[in-house]
Design a protein around this ligand. Structure first.
Ligand code: PMP
Length: 319
């Protein structure tokens, strides 16, 4: 009997996950030459509907990352095609719960040559049931990492290269080994960039502030959702360079990302943020984001793509 996540997309088809294997000489396995996305789908139990959050933007960013990294997939693999592969994969797996979706465009060619151009590129996608990755009802205790965020002139910060996540893993391991929940990384020149795999926001004097895209952050899709929700509420917003001491003295702070969703921060490097409770603006944004994501409100319908119950007569999870 199959269970959710058993069916994956690999080498242009839907197969059982045990059949999706790559040879050890695969370029991406040797050099981390791939790019990926992390996407969430939210199950709405009242409507009995699974919604993929900002599918179009994720497919777009995947292809933009690929362009930067000279990953050249088959031209039929357009943004629309990637979206429909993901929708079909979710339908075939028959999910009735929250899901994490991981598409990867990777150098599938088998060569030891250290290059990017001219090597075959393939798409694979797998999914898994996924609840809250962090406890977002409590405040996080974070540290500023000794590991700096990769510089855009070393590995493109705007792309999501698989190999670059060594940087994120080093920072996150350091934080956990020291008893913190997460790591905040600075740019090479010492400004606040982002967390290991999420963007950072702070609130100071009623203004919502987030580091600018040119400070080596991944331009997060959740970051974009937060910016939109802040604008809708008419709250002052600044997207600019952020100093370390601004973070330490903020009234509120939170992380945004597909995985973490909106995760409040209540301590940074041993300093209490605000009064140590989850701040009111953070709470309101978190509530609004999750309601929109799950389709509990009609607003921002363009952010949600409903997953069809079955595709082409295929019974979900039975193919
Ligand atoms: N920064 C990094 C380094 C990330 O890996 C992620 C997760 N994709 C984010 C920020 C947040 O991006 P998004 O909101 O698009 O998930």
């Amino acid at each position: 009997m199959s269970s959710p996540g058993d069916i994956v997309y690999f080498e242009s088809g839907f197969v059982d996950k045990d059949e999706a294997r790559v040879p050890i000489s695969t370029h991406a396995f040797n050099y981390g030459t791939g790019c990926f996305e992390g996407i969430r789908a939210y199950w709405n139990p009242v409507k009995e509907q699974l919604y993929v959050l900002r599918l179009r933007e994720h497919a777009e960013r995947l292809l933009r990352s690929a362009h930067i990294l000279h990953l050249e997939p088959d031209p039929t693999l357009t943004q629309g095609r990637i979206e429909s592969i993901i929708l079909e994969l979710l339908a075939r797996n028959g999910y009735r719960e929250d899901v994490y979706i991981r598409p990867i465009l990777y150098k599938s060619g088998r060569t030891i040559k250290v290059t990017l151009s001219g090597i075959a590129t393939d798409l694979c996608v797998f999914t898994q049931p996924f609840g809250d990755y962090l406890d977002i009802r409590k405040g996080l205790n974070v540290m500023i990492s000794a590991w700096r965020r990769i510089d855009d002139n070393a590995i493109p910060a705007r792309a999501k290269p698989t190999g670059a996540y060594i940087n994120a893993a080093l920072a996150s391991d350091e934080a956990r080994a020291r008893g913190f929940d997460e790591a905040i990384m600075l740019t090479g020149d010492g400004h606040v960039a982002e967390a290991s795999s999420s963007n950072l926001f702070l609130v100071a004097g009623g203004t919502v502030i987030t580091p600018q895209a040119t400070d080596d952050v991944l331009v997060g899709i959740t970051r974009d959702c937060v910016i939109e929700l802040v604008r809708q509420r008419g709250w002052p917003l600044e997207v600019r360079r952020v100093d370390r001491s601004e973070l330490l003295s903020a009234d509120e702070a939170f992380l945004s990302g597909t995985g973490v969703q909106l995760a409040p921060i209540t301590q940074v490097d041993g300093r209490i943020i605000g009064n140590g409770e989850i701040g009111p603006l953070t709470q309101e944004l978190q509530r609004a984001y999750l309601q929109v994501a799950r389709g509990e409100v009609e607003d921002m319908a363009a952010w949600r793509t409903p997953v069809p119950a079955a595709v082409g007569g295929i019974l979900p999870g039975r193919d």
